[in-house]
Design a protein around this ligand. Structure first.
Ligand SMILES: O=C(O)CCC(=O)C(=O)O
Ligand SMILES: [Mn+2]
Length: 200
């Protein structure tokens, strides 16, 4: 385990052991079964290449009307609870009593990416966002508060955890590409990213 900082993004390399990563995958299996992955269509009409779902009181959602948190999966049921092993990472790295009320689960298959964006659909930016990487390597790009500003990139591997707080909380970031099948954690390949957020 080692810690590095990039533009205020706190990157905990190898935070999770291989066994810890496998335990998280086991904990996520029933969550993905209860709340299947879907591909949102974003304002402008294009479909995201990342497939996603959520756990917690709220799930992040997008359609042609905009981006927001919603209390139900698009199929009409509530979101499953956030597994305790995932909440433990939040409490360990933030030291906060308060629990996150959304765990957004992103799945990147071959060729999937996420464009540069800010996480800004939450009510209170004084809470950090904690992001857990599992499976294939992903190239994270981080910038500042202006979309057109300078950026830096770092490869995230399975078991790495990033904390976005302070100056990094509203900084632009995105995932340019993944190295498909670089990890054997997920039998069919791909990358899972979990982001824990306080929404209200
Ligand atoms: O996949 C990642 O590492 C970042 C995901 C992200 O930024 C998001 O879901 O808002
Ligand atoms: Mn984000």
């Amino acid at each position: 385990m080692s810690k590095l900082r990039l533009r205020g993004f706190e990157i905990h390399k190898s935070y999770l052991s291989r066994a810890g990563q496998r335990d998280l995958i086991d904990a996520l299996r029933p969550v993905l079964k209860a709340a299947p992955l879907f591909s949102p269509t974003i304002p402008g009409g294009s479909k995201m290449s990342v497939r996603m779902t959520s756990a917690g009181a709220f799930g992040w959602y997008a359609d042609t009307e905009g981006y927001r948190y919603v209390a139900q999966h698009p199929r009409g049921m509530g979101w499953p609870e956030i597994p305790s092993s995932i909440l433990a990472i939040w409490h360990d790295l933030t030291g906060l009593e308060r629990q996150p009320d959304c765990c957004l689960i992103n799945y990147y298959g071959e060729g999937a990416r996420m464009g540069l964006h800010q996480d800004k659909d939450e009510a209170d930016f004084s809470y950090p966002v904690v992001s857990v990487s599992l499976g294939d390597d992903g190239l994270l790009r981080v910038g500042g508060k202006n979309r057109s500003g300078k950026t830096d990139s770092v490869w995230l591997s399975s078991g790495d955890v990033v904390v976005m707080a302070g100056e990094a909380r509203l900084a632009y970031h995105g995932v340019d590409r993944i190295r498909f099948k670089s990890s054997r954690l997920l039998p069919k390949g791909g990358r899972l990213n979990l982001t824990l957020r306080v929404v209200t």
